[in-house]
Write a protein that binds this ligand. Structure first.
Ligand SMILES: Cc1cc2nc3c(=O)[nH]c(=O)nc-3n(C[C@H](O)[C@H](O)[C@H](O)COP(=O)(O)O)c2cc1C
Length: 141
C-alpha cells in the first residue's frame, strides 16, 4: 500500500520526548505511528538531495522508533545519479532503527529513465561540470 509522506503533514520533529520512549503528545505522530506499525516491511521510494536523503524523509523516520524495528526494507531511488548515495545513507539510518535492508536496489536516472523527461535527447544529460572526474586542483593550487 503506498504511503505518501505529504499526506501526514508532519512538521519538523516536535515531540518533547525521544521516539524511543514511545510516548507521543501529538495526533500527527500517533497517526504516523499507527500507519508504520501496521506494515511488516517497506519499499522506500526516494529522491536524492545534495548527496543524501531528503530532509522530510529523515524527519518522518526520526518521529518513530519501535514501529520500524525488526522489519525489512528495500529501495527505489530516483535522482540525477540514481540516488545511490541517498539510499546508502538511508541504509545506515535504518540500521540504527534495526531495520534489515536488502542489498539490491532500483536506481532510476531522472534524465534517462523517465518517459516524461524533457527535453529529450542529449539535453537530458546533466551539465558537464557534474560529470567530470573528481579533482582537487582548485583546493591545492
Ligand atoms: C535541492 C536538490 C538537490 C538535488 N541533489 C541531487 C543529488 O545530490 N543527487 C542526485 O542524483 N539528484 C539530485 N537532485 C535531483 C533529484 O533527486 C531528482 O530530480 C528527483 O527525481 C526529484 O524528486 P522529487 O520531485 O520527488 O523531489 C536534487 C534536486 C534538488 C531539488
Amino acid at each position: 500500500m503506498p504511503v505518501a509522506l505529504g499526506r501526514f503533514g508532519l512538521p519538523h520533529l516536535d515531540e518533547p520526548a525521544p521516539a524511543a520512549f514511545g510516548v507521543y503528545r501529538h495526533e500527527h505522530t500517533r497517526t504516523w505511528s499507527d500507519t508504520i506499525a501496521g506494515f511488516d516491511g517497506f519499499v522506500f521510494v526516494t529522491p536524492e538531495y545534495n548527496a543524501s536523503v531528503p530532509g522530510p524523509l529523515k524527519n518522518a523516520i526520526d518521529y518513530l522508533h519501535a514501529e520500524w524495528a525488526h522489519k525489512a526494507a528495500g529501495f527505489v531511488g530516483h535522482g540525477a545519479h540514481g540516488a545511490t548515495r541517498a539510499v546508502e545513507h538511508l541504509r545506515g539510518i535504518l540500521a540504527e532503527l534495526r531495520v534489515a535492508t536488502v542489498s539490491s536496489q532500483v536506481a532510476l536516472n531522472v534524465f534517462t529513465d523517465s518517459p516524461s523527461s524533457t527535453p529529450p535527447g542529449p539535453a537530458r544529460s546533466p551539465p558537464a561540470s557534474t560529470r567530470s572526474p573528481p579533482s582537487t586542483s582548485s583546493w591545492t593550487t
